[in-house]
Write a protein that binds this ligand. Structure first.
Ligand code: GTP
Ligand code: MG
Length: 566
């Protein structure tokens, strides 16, 4: 096929441009303002003009290597027929032009324009033909070898603009009907006529299109027919016209530069992306530092917060002490003297239970306070991530559904510390000796009082007058003393126990300190897990960029190899 090398380079360039465009669309690179690629795919238009029966249609068929245009001895072509590649169809475009589509490979690169004879009756088609000829890449003026000096075709040629004439050539058709010796004479005449009629000597090709077509269609291709057709000179000329024409070369160069510019823009685009990702990574480590600062602030505030927890501790001590005081009332104490005393164990149990409740309450409030700070921080972080990295980081990991779990973990962390903190108070068994000593005093008084009562009763039975009243009064006096001793010892026991518990407040807080710090660390670890999605997104972006960089590199290399062929 003529222009094979040109079309190979053009097709490669068109393919590359397609890849580059797809790639740019895939990565979301916006087109430059007013960016329009050169229309490289535009086929070469070859028009044939000449008198009726000159052999125009056969000439075009010979170029295509198949019988596209109807040809015959009678006037065949009565309208301008433009043959283009496509599914078989014919459609009238106005009164004189027929758009003919054929699934012919040759038509992928060449469009063929078959025309009615220049001497055909009527010239209504001429206004429609003019623009085609002006834009054609090659105008072939066909003459018959039998009568090459007919005027109508020269007239048609002389109507062409100088530019279009520059793209015209003369074809002397049906040379197989002439003796070889006649041909140089005919060509000489043609040259003279060309100079006379057009003021310039157009290239002339004596051919036999019929033989060329037959040669192309024979299998294997007949060399004799081909050389007899003298068609190769014409095809060589067509090739050169395409490869060497300034417009076509310029088009290829424009196409190449367009592609190269786009690849460079892609590279710059990826470079900006890569730098953007590095900035994003830096931005993300800034955010992580913020989180660490927030955590360190909470750790630093831990002793202060635990001091605040002591208020709760003291309040609980008052509650326990009040309960102890009420249990040390006279009647209860007297009942315990008779039934056995387990008050020390009961009060210690109550104290431990209340301490546990207190620690849970404190931990819940403390965790909720820190989580609120985290949630507020996340709300400041969210728009910054969106603006900087271009995606929504989602809800805070320790808010809403996750919040209860985090609080649960924080509480469990502090609860773990409770046995040790209570152990540090060393209050186990403190109450027992105090109560025992009190019980002994009360027991002494009670026994003495009861003995006096019994003695008074016995004296009364024996009829000893006077003595029973004295003993009864003594008994009441002892019971009164027992009441006073109970009241005094109750105050002492309560005061001693309270003092002991309050003195342990600092130790209790110290016992919680290490686990409080650890629980804070766990809480902030949970909070920073919200950034995992952000980190994952950044890693995915980085991973996606690498093959794209490689792809743009290979496009550039492919483009360089096309440049060598240009
Ligand atoms: N011997 C010979 N005859 C040819 C050659 N080329 C065309 N013919 C014959 O010339 C006649 C006219 O050919 P066409 O190709 O139809 O000529 P045309 O210029 O298209 O004619 P219109 O469409 O009627 O204007 C046909 O009978 C062809 O067979 C050739 O190279 N040698
Ligand atoms: Mg014809």
């Amino acid at each position: 096929m003529p222009g094979e090398r040109y079309f190979a380079v053009r097709d490669r360039l068109v393919e590359l441009l397609g890849w580059i465009d797809d790639f740019a669309a895939e990565v979301g690179m916006e087109a430059e303002a007013g960016e329009v690629g050169p229309s490289l795919g535009q086929p070469v238009l070859i028009a044939a003009i000449g008198e009726v029966n000159a052999g125009k249609s056969t000439l075009l068929n010979a170029l295509a290597g198949s019988e596209l245009c109807p040809a015959g001895p009678l006037p065949m072509t009565s309208e301008i027929r433009l043959y283009r590649h496509g599914a078989e169809s014919e459609r009238a475009e106005g009164a004189w032009v027929v758009d003919c589509r054929r699934p012919n490979e040759y038509l992928r690169n060449f469009e063929l324009l078959d025309t009615p004879g220049t001497n055909a009756r009527g010239s209504e088609h001429l206004p429609s033909l003019g623009p085609f000829l002006e834009h054609a890449d090659l105008v072939l003026a066909v003459f018959t070898a039998e009568n090459p000096w007919t005027a109508a075709t020269w007239d048609a040629l002389s109507r062409l603009s100088p530019a279009a004439l520059g793209r015209a050539a003369l074809v002397v058709q049906r040379v197989d009907l002439k003796q070889p010796l006649d041909i140089p004479i005919i060509l000489g005449h043609m040259r003279d006529l060309s100079m006379k009629r057009l003021g310039r000597e157009l290239p002339i090709f004596p051919v036999s299109a019929r033989l060329a077509l037959e040669a192309k269609r024979s299998r294997p291709v007949s060399r004799e027919l081909w050389s007899a057709s003298r068609f190769s000179n014409l095809e060589h000329f067509v090739s050169e016209r395409i490869c060497d024409s300034m417009e076509r070369r310029q088009l290829l160069h424009d196409g190449w530069h367009h592609a190269a510019r786009k690849v460079r823009r892609l590279e710059a685009f990826f470079d900006i992306r890569r730098r953007g990702m590095e900035d994003d990574a830096w931005f993300l480590s800034g955010i992580e530092r913020e989180l660490e600062l927030l955590r360190d602030d909470s750790l630093a505030a831990s002793p202060r917060v635990l001091v605040a927890a002591l208020e709760r501790y003291r309040a609980e001590v008052e509650v326990v002490v009040r309960r102890l005081r009420s249990k040390l009332g006279w009647w209860r104490s007297f009942a315990r003297l008779l039934l056995g005393d387990r008050l020390a164990v009961e009060i210690e149990g109550t104290f431990a239970a209340r301490m546990q409740e207190m620690v849970i309450g404190f931990a819940q409030d403390d965790a909720a306070r820190m989580l609120s700070a985290c949630a507020a921080h996340w709300e400041t972080l969210r728009p910054r991530v969106k603006e900087r990295m271009g995606f929504e980081p989602g809800a805070c990991a320790v808010a809403d559904a996750g919040r209860e779990d985090v609080i649960g973990r924080f509480v469990a962390g502090l609860e773990k510390a409770l046995p040790q903190a209570l152990g540090g108070l060393r209050i186990r068994g403190v109450l027992d000796p105090l109560l025992r000593r009190r019980n002994r005093i009360l027991q002494g008084f009670t026994v003495v009082g009861l003995l006096l009562l019994i003695a008074a009763g016995s004296c009364g039975l024996l009829g000893l007058s006077g003595l029973p009243f004295g003993l009864l009064a003594g008994a009441w006096a002892v019971f009164l003393l027992a009441g006073c001793a109970g009241w005094i010892t109750r105050a002492r026991v309560v005061a001693a126990y309270r003092e002991r518990l309050l003195a342990g407040a600092g130790t209790f807080a110290d016992g919680l300190r290490a686990d409080h710090g650890e629980a804070i660390r766990v809480l902030f670890r949970d909070y920073s897990s919200g950034l995992i999605e952000v980190r994952r997104e950044l890693a995915a972006q980085k991973a996606a960029l690498q093959p794209r960089l490689e792809r743009s590199n290979s496009l550039y290399i492919a483009l360089k190899s096309v440049e060598l062929e240009l």
